[in-house]
Design a protein around this ligand. Sequence first.
Ligand code: CMP
Length: 148
Amino acid sequence: YLQLTLAILKPHIVKSPFALQKIRDLIIDNNFKVVRSRRATMSREEAELFYKEHRDKFFYNRLVTFMCSGPSDIHILTAHDAVAKWRQLMGPTKVYQAQYNAPDTIRGMFGLSDTRNATHGSDSTESAKREIAIFFKDFDTKKWYDNE
Ligand code: CMP
């Protein structure tokens, strides 16, 4: 069924016109519909809230600092099975796994490190709702899921 997912094109992608265009093409060619988009530089508060489940990880500080370092393109995408489908298109989180095992995925092509891994995608519909609420305060996800 139709799901929403939150996709973020991270700051190094927004700075790279070729990568940005290629990822936009992949979004469209894989039949995602773009429901909302904004380009914004995350505040420290937003990034800390967004990544709160990682606050005890060794990479938390570098991740938050990177995500606040410049503008990201933040999209609400929809498709059938959007959460899993976007994660499949992104490929593995870790850059060496992406480059060795999934070189044709977004992270395989454009990931620079485990932190600068090109894109983010929600890991469940519950996470998608939480994440959308952070960056699209006026978007009512309930309207999309009111028959659940
Ligand atoms: P993202 O999908 O944005 O959600 C959590 C992020 O944590 C992940 O992508 C990576 O950017 C980052 N991350 C996960 N594991 C590591 C790691 N081992 N080292 C650095 N960053 C990581």
